[in-house]
Design a protein around this ligand. Structure first.
Ligand code: ADP
Ligand code: MG
Length: 545
């Protein structure tokens, strides 16, 4: 037997889990069952892919054993199991990306509720066992190997690891339960009825049999894959539980997209839009993509081929009917069926976002607007649809965001362009002389302050046939026909002044001209219609170009 230390980060996370998740201890069982279900998925897939693998698939299941006298609860599966190295690597360390960042954020956050949310987003997994157990024992054997492994820990910094020669294939996790809360019997996990209730609530849709040892063998769960059921028969709570199971999020999803494809390519898709952006949304190694199943067989997590990068916050499942079980990530990128499914999903998701009721939409845009706008650059086919669901700050109502369609409906008679102004911040834009004439004449201007706005604005061009016109670029003509004689007069009067300014500033500027865009400021600098804007120039300079 060997005694090893948890990796420092793992130890910290363990302590945080144990001490900040006290209010929702029940979820430990969901986590263990979800690991067991993953292990059964993996064994079935491994057996398909490797015909020589010695794997018993005759009675795959998850068995729960409660011993009230010994105060133990065991979660046993006959899934893929783990090798000794896997146990050390997967349980003793935190291999998952973003751990360091999560811990740093947790240290900054003094508020218990906020810490809980952060950990919840990260997914506490196996460690949540230590919320309810003094000691956890894990006995496992990997399919296709001869040796089993026994792991045990009290969660205090070290664990022991030993051989377990007789271990069957699969994994058994035994929790030595802490004493029940004296005044709250509800938290006694040594009660069978309590276990039944938790399984029903959190794990009903797990597609494998969950049984009680020594019971009648009747599954505790209904086992039906939620995505394959008819929309009309599914309650909102069922969607929410499934989402939480998939995402490890604690909050209900903001919106559900459940669709079925029939015809050439058959599939079921169940996608969720989270209510909050995950912490790794803007990390290069952040989680992206949904799960891929083929005819109820789990194939892979994070299938990037099914959703574009700008929808990387989506969680969910796509179950395709006609793919080979041996598909690889590389093949998927090229697969016609996957491409067709992806196209439909994107359209449906954008449409769903467009139809969100105002409160939900505001939450959505606040959390994911920046990511969605990336799609304006990368997804030319859906550009108009993406613009349609985007919203922007506007001079019309400084406290609200507006969609372009609303802007268009407010355009003045004779106005054909959508006026926008980009800048570093709202204040810079609002103090800019460029805005003056537009404001004075009652034109609405969109105020774009996101760095990515500069970039897509150059590419996008129009919305609904209206040109997106930057008011800081080129000659924007605001004068009406009736002003024309007056302007000719002015042009004559000012010609000497312009010539003088031009010659004095020849090195600095391209052209000096009279403008109708100012009302109180005497002069302003504009860029030529084809030149890059100052902010972009700065960005390029920063990138060393
Ligand atoms: P996650 O499930 O999010 O990866 P966990 O902490 O729940 O995180 O589990 C860590 C890893 O340990 C899993 O990814 C899996 O590889 C392994 N594992 C946990 N439980 C089991 C099990 N019952 N059978 C096989 N492997 C398991
Ligand atoms: Mg897990």
């Amino acid at each position: 037997m060997e005694t090893l230390e948890f990796q420092a980060e793992a130890r910290q996370l363990l302590q945080l889990v144990i001490h900040s998740l006290y209010s929702n201890k029940d979820i430990f069982l969901r986590e263990l069952i979800s690991n067991a279900a993953d292990a059964l998925d993996k064994l079935r897939l491994a057996a398909y892919q490797d015909k020589d693998l010695e794997a018993d698939l005759s009675d795959p299941r998850i068995e729960l054993a409660v011993d009230k006298d010994a105060r133990t609860l065991t979660v046993r599966d006959n899934g893929i199991g783990m090798t000794r190295d896997e146990v050390v690597g997967l349980i003793g360390t935190i291999a998952r990306s973003g751990t360091a960042e999560l811990l740093a954020k947790l240290r900054e956050t003094k508020d218990a509720a906020a810490s809980k949310e952060l950990i919840g987003q990260f997914g506490v997994g196996f460690y949540s066992s230590f919320m309810v157990a003094d000691t956890v024992t894990l006995v496992t054997r990997r399919a296709g190997t001869a040796e089993g492994t026994r792991w045990e820990s009290d969660g205090e910094g070290t664990y022991t690891i030993d051989d377990a020669p007789d271990a069957p294939v699969g994994t058994a996790v035994t929790l030595h339960l802490k004493p029940a809360d004296a005044d709250d019997k509800l938290f006694d996990y040594a009660d069978e009825w309590k276990i039944r209730e938790i399984v029903k609530r959190y794990s009903d849709f797990i597609p494998w049999r969950i049984t009680l040892a020594g019971g009648d063998g009747e599954p505790l769960n209904s086992m039906k894959a939620l995505w394959a059921r008819s929309k009309n028969d599914i309650k909102p709570e069922e969607y929410a539980e499934f989402y939480k199971h998939l995402s490890h999020d604690w909050t209900d999803p903001l919106e559900v997209v459940h669709m079925r494809g029939e015809g050439t390519f058959e599939y079921d898709a169940l996608l969720f839009i989270p209510e909050r952006a995950p912490f790794d949304l803007f990390r290069a190694d952040g989680k992206r993509g949904v799960q891929l199943y083929v005819k109820r067989v789990f194939i892979m997590d994070d299938c990037e081929a099914l959703t574009p990068d700008y929808l990387r916050f989506l969680r969910g499942v796509v179950d395709a009917a006609d793919l080979s079980l041996n598909v690889s990530r590389e093949i998927l990128q090229q697969d016609r069926q996957i491409q067709a499914i992806r196209k439909r999903l994107v359209r449906q998701v954008l449409q769903t976002i467009g139809a969100l009721e105002p409160d939900k939409y505001r939450t959505f845009w606040d959390q994911f607007g920046r990511v969605i706008k990336e799609g304006l650059l990368s997804d030319a086919d859906n550009r108009e649809a993406i613009l349609g669901i985007a919203s922007f700050a506007t001079t019309h109502d400084p406290s609200a965001l507006t969609k372009l369609s609303d802007y268009v409906s407010r355009m003045k008679d004779g106005q054909t362009d959508i006026y926008v102004m980009t800048g570093e911040s709202r204040t810079t834009i609002e103090n800019s002389p460029h805005l003056e004439a537009f404001k004075a004449k009652g034109y609405e201007v969109l105020l774009l302050t996101d760095p990515v706005d500069e970039v897509w604005l150059d590419i996008v061009g129009t919305f609904d046939g209206h040109k997106l016109q930057s008011i800081a670029k080129g000659a924007v003509d605001l004068s009406s026909a009736e002003d024309a004689p007056e302007r000719e007069e002015q042009a004559k009067d000012f010609a000497p002044l312009l010539a003088w300014v031009q010659s004095s500033l020849d090195e600095e500027v391209k052209e000096v001209r009279l403008s109708t865009r100012l009302t109180t400021s005497p002069a302003c600098l504009v860029t030529d219609a084809n030149d890059i804007t100052p902010a972009l120039a700065k960005m390029y300079a920063a990138m060393g170009q």
